[in-house]
Design a protein around this ligand. Structure first.
Ligand SMILES: *Cc1c(COP(=O)(O)O)cnc(C)c1O
Length: 454
């Protein structure tokens, strides 16, 4: 093991110069987002919320989009990220499979999210915007945007889902260190927040609620816009640097994945590692691509493909996606970043067209996987990332049973150094699974009755 290669790195010049846009390569056209009247929205409809340069990217079907040099300059702070061969985990599992993981936890905020936060802050700044509002679940996105706004020179206000705000107090301190403001959501600072609190003062909050608050606040001012950390097409685009780098890294060691695995909340890190490979798959490569989600928030595995709003107050356009319903309040499990009710329209379309598969895992299995990973590879993963690790371990065990030397590639979306409360609960034997009962699923879906059908 001493002489074996562990890390596959790229030089700064090898950072991709273009983003890859899967929208150019789907078999069918993507369904458009709709307004409340059921008609496709226009760029002008989005203009109060996003700057026009990002709206253009959101609607683009160009296959390759140049990454501005200044954005590449910021990304070089931590990119290209290393690709690791998980030799010690392989050994512990006794599997003939080769396991690779792309370490997106090395960014200043600790996850893949700065890949899009830097780009979004930069395009807003170019457009003359002064301030960004946003929501955050586990705190990774709020930290990523706070960091990006600090470097690029924008004000930043973050509405953080209450349950995570209470579990992860130091995420707020990180955001404040980068100069952002962070309040728990629902808050008394917006009309929608006050309404939700009047009805349910003890709500754990949800990403759908926090998005409503952030959008409401952004619409109060001309030089403020809103930034979303996942779900939208331009976010999937910005994350494609992950998979593009991996393609170059695997080439260096003369290897290629049979199975690609990512955890899926809104879908962005999964899209980031897999979309460039979906392009390969369309050109004949034999790859299985698996998105893994929590069984407590089973968007890809149990929800219906619908038009639904991105937030509880329905301030966003209606998006064509797998959705549990915009009023869905997921159980208070620890992977806060995977508690979103919907799934990126592009990931949804990839599933419908058969390019990807989906699985779900309970949180106890996730923490078992995360602890095994930490005790073999060393890095402590985010609870979200633990879902990808759990699925990777399942696949590695299956390869062992079948006696096949498969190559498994996983996106290691972020570190868990700020998420130790969940580890504490697991280590003290105080952690349960929350499989979602059918009645709850059916009740949540009812909020979509009457919305236009795809
Ligand atoms: C936010 C987050 C996720 C989930 O978001 P996606 O858009 O599905 O990638 C996963 N892992 C980490 C570490 C995160 O911070």
């Amino acid at each position: 093991m001493l002489s074996e290669q562990i890390k596959i790195t790229l030089s700064e010049d090898e950072l991709p110069k273009q983003w890859y846009n899967l929208a150019a390569d789907f078999q069918g056209a993507m369904l458009p987002p709709l307004g409340k009247d059921g008609k496709p929205i226009t760029p002008e409809d989005l203009a109060p919320i996003f700057p026009m340069n990002l709206i253009e990217q959101e609607m683009s079907t160009e296959r390759w989009i140049d990454i501005p040099e200044e954005i590449r300059g910021y990304l070089k702070i931590w990119r290209p990220t290393p690709l690791y061969r998980a030799r010690r985990l392989e050994k512990a599992l006794g599997t003939p499979a080769k396991i690779y993981y792309k370490n997106e936890g090395v960014s200043p905020a600790g996850s893949h999210k700065p890949n899009t936060a830097i780009a979004q802050a930069w395009y807003n700044k170019q457009f003359g915007i002064k301030k960004l509002t946003t929501e955050t679940g586990a705190g990774q996105w709020g930290s990523a945007l706070a960091f990006s706004c600090a470097l690029i020179g924008l004000e930043c206000k973050v509405f953080m889902v209450r349950i995570s705000f209470d579990h992860k107090p130091f995420r707020k301190v990180m955001m404040q260190t980068w100069g952002a403001t962070c309040v728990p959501s629902p808050s008394m600072e917006t009309a929608i927040g006050r309404k939700i609190l009047a009805e349910d003062p003890d709500t754990p909050g949800s990403l759908g609620m926090a998005i409503s608050e952030a959008v409401e606040e952004c619409m109060q001012s001309d030089d403020t816009r809103y930034a979303l950390g996942s779900v939208l097409n331009h976010v999937m685009l910005h994350q494609s640097v992950i998979g593009l780098e991996v393609q170059a890294q695997m080439k260096k060691v003369g290897d290629y994945p049979d199975i690609i695995i990512g955890c899926a909340g809104g879908g962005s890190n999964f899209a980031g590692i897999s979309f460039p490979f979906i392009n390969d798959r369309m050109h004949g490569k034999d790859i299985r691509i698996i998105g893994t989600e929590p069984e407590a928030c089973p968007t890809l595995t149990r929800a219906k493909f619908r038009y639904d709003a991105g937030d509880v107050a329905m301030l966003t356009p209606l998006l064509p996606m797998f959705s549990l319903g915009h009023t869905f309040v997921p159980p208070a499990m620890h992977a806060g970043g995977l508690r979103y009710h919907g799934m990126a329209p592009m990931v949804s379309q990839a599933l419908r067209e058969g390019h990807i598969e989906a699985t779900s895992v309970g949180q106890v299995e996730c923490y078992e996987a995360a602890v095994l990973f930490a005790r073999t590879e060393g890095f402590i993963p985010a609870p979200e990332t633990a879902h990808a690790i759990a699925e990777t371990i399942r696949q590695a065990k299956q390869a062992k049973e079948e006696g096949k030397e498969k190559t498994i590639l996983m996106n290691w979306s972020g570190h868990g150094i700020m998420d130790l409360k969940g580890y504490q609960a697991y280590l003290e034997g105080d952690l349960q699974n929350y499989p979602l009962p059918d009645e709850l699923l059916e009740r949540a879906e009812r909020c979509m009755d009457g919305l236009p059908m795809p």
